[in-house]
Design a protein. Structure first.
Length: 125
């Protein structure tokens, strides 16, 4: 039990740092750890991931506001839209087979990796 708590604490810190640094929200890190390494069903991992994303976003927002790196108008508009999407997504997650969720999440990870590599190779230094 203590080992699990330590792993979760370490993963949480890593997800917070990488999520804020890369604009991921941390969910892309937490979900695979909870499902693959710790054996939780993907529905539970997704629900926990949402909480992590909210916490990471809230914490990072303070730093971005302080450094004047945030367009608050755009952020607030996106917040409203993503809240509606999050509610719909949470309802759908409860109705969809776990295998479909694994496939969709895996496809998202592959797409993210592809885009990051493509942008890295195209970016002149």
């Amino acid at each position: 039990m203590v080992e699990q708590l330590l792993i979760l604490m370490l993963v949480g810190i890593l997800a917070g740092i990488l999520g804020a640094l890369l604009g991921l929200g941390g969910g892309i890190i937490v979900t695979p750890v909870l499902t693959v390494l710790m054996g939780y069903p993907i529905q539970y991992a997704i629900a926990a991931s949402v909480v992590v994303v909210i916490a990471t976003s809230s914490g990072a927002t303070i730093a971005y506001l302080k450094d004047e790196m945030l367009n608050l108008r755009v952020a607030m508009f996106l917040e409203i839209a993503t809240t509606v999407g999050a509610i719909l997504g949470a309802v759908i997650t409860g109705l969809v087979n776990g295998q479909v969720l694994y496939f969709l999440f895996g496809a998202l990870l592959v797409f993210s990796v592809y885009n990051m590599i493509r942008k890295m190779l195209m970016k002149p230094e």
